[in-house]
Design a protein around this ligand. Sequence first.
Ligand code: NAD
Length: 260
Amino acid sequence: MMRLDDKTALITGAAGGIGRAVAERYAAAGARVAIADLDAEAAEAAAEAIRHAGGEALALAMDVTDEAAVEAGVARLVAHWGRLDIALANAGIQHIQPLHELSLADWRRVLAVHLDGAFLITRAALRRMYAQGGGCLLYMGSVHSKLASPLKAPYVTAKHGLLGLCRTVAKEGAAHGVRSNLICPGFVRTPLVDRQIPDQARALGISEEAVIRDIMLKDTVDQEFTTLEDIAEVALHLAAFPSAALTGQSVVASHGWYMQ
Ligand code: NAD
C-alpha cells in the first residue's frame, strides 16, 4: 500500500462527502490531515473521528472564497505541523438550472467556490511549498471537466477551469518540486448528488429513478456509481506518486462514462 508517513495534507470541503473519505484514507496512510470546511462543527466531528481511529487531524473553519480565512487556515496548519506537503482543493457546490434562467448571483456563487477557492488554496500552498522545496497540489475536478451536461452551466464551466489551473501549476511548480493533478470522478452518492436528483427530475419532468438510470449512469460501462473508496484510492495514488512523471494530468474515475 502507498504510504504518506510524515506528510501533512490540507483538504477543503472535507467535513463530509468525498473530501472526508480522502482525509480518512490519507490519515490511514500515515499523513497528518487538516479538515477545512465552511461547516466548522462537521469539520471538528470529522477530525475527531480520525483521531479516534488513531490518526492525526486538525479541523479548520474556512470559507474557501474568503481570502483572509484561507490565509489564516494555512498559517494555522503550518504553525501546528511546520510544513504543508499536499493540498487538495475539493470544496464544491452544484446548481441545477437552465442557462436562460440563471441569475448572475448563482453563476458567481458556484464559480467562486470552485475557482476562487482553488486559486486561494493554490497560492497559499505554493508559497509554503516553494519555501520548503516541494509539494503536491490536487484538484477535485469531475467528468464535467471534460464534457458538458445540460442544466449545470456554472459547474461545468468551473470544472473545465480547474483543468487550466492544474496545468498551469504543473508548469510553474516544476522548478520548485511541486506536482499538480486533477481528479475527475463520475457520479458518487454524496449529499451533493443526492440533492440534485430531485432538482433534475423537476427541471426535466421525469422521475428520480429516470434521472439516475437515463442520465447519471447511462453512459457507464456497468451502470454503477463511483464510490468514495474509489476516489480516495486515486487521491492517495496521486499524492504518494514518487516523481513528476505524473503532473499536469487528469485521472478520470467514472466507470467508463468518459474515456480519454
Ligand atoms: P458534498 O456536498 O458532500 O461536500 C462538499 C463539502 O464542501 C461540504 O462539507 C461543504 O460544507 C463544503 N463546502 C461547500 N462550500 C464551501 C466553502 N465555500 N468553503 C469551504 N467548504 C465548503 O459534496 P461532494 O460530492 O463530496 O463534492 C466534493 C467535490 O467533489 C466537489 O468539488 C464536487 O464538485 C466534486 N465532485 C463530486 C462528484 C459527485 O458525484 N459527488 C462528482 C465529481 C466531482
